[in-house]
Design a protein. Structure first.
Length: 199
């Protein structure tokens, strides 16, 4: 499988190269987008768990761990891409990231329970495959269903990377939209749990 490499931007593993598979179903989050994401999270990420739901190469989770996330989980369904993900983790951050091979929609519940068992609040990053081809229209609907399952006591923030042309709901389950930032064809939407006393 053809691949290329992108560097980790900052933190403990700054400059280490993450191998990215060059296939149409896997897109690496652009450096400018990743930089903006972690500028938003800043030091709040320190000591917190991080979950990359549609991981691909794991570039976002590796960046999170590099910047102080306590632990991370990565889910990827494509076997060849998963092997690249696993190799990246073993080379850069062994023992710090749990890699899960399987459909994110099916594996999310198990990973979510592991995060809950740890206690504390985690960051969840969703970068579902863009629905650019026939048969992919339901991807965002199914992603919203995953977001609806996240409870406030287990979530610090949930971030969704999506097509800029798509407007996500202001409220998803117990989460409410905090801000949206555009990067050309891609955007990041940030969700925070609604406080229990909010109405």
């Amino acid at each position: 499988m053809k691949s290329y490499a992108v560097p980790i931007i900052a933190g403990e593993f700054k400059g280490k190269l993450v191998e990215i598979p060059a296939i149409s179903t896997t897109r690496s989050s652009k450096a400018i987008l990743r930089e903006s994401l972690f500028n938003t999270l800043q030091f709040d990420l320190m000591g917190k768990p991080f979950v990359e739901v549609f991981a691909g190469s794991g570039s976002v989770a590796l960046e999170a761990v590099s910047r102080g996330a306590s632990r991370a989980w990565c889910m990827e369904r494509n076997r060849e891409v998963y092997e690249i993900l696993r190799a990246n983790v073993e080379r850069i951050a062994p023992g710090r990231i749990v890699t899960v091979w399987g459909d994110s929609f099916e594996e999310f519940g198990r990973v979510y329970r592991e995060v809950e068992d740890l206690g504390g609040k985690a960051y969840f990053y969703f970068d579902p495959p863009f629905s650019i081809r026939e048969g992919m229209e339901e991807v965002y609907d199914r992603t919203l269903e995953l977001l609806e399952r996240i409870r406030p006591e287990a979530c610090e923030m949930a971030i969704v990377e999506h097509m800029t042309t798509l407007d996500l709901p202001e409220r998803i389950g117990a989460l409410e939209l905090m801000k949206k930032k555009r990067f050309g064809k891609s955007s990041l939407s940030y969700y925070r749990p609604v406080e229990p006393d909010a109405s």
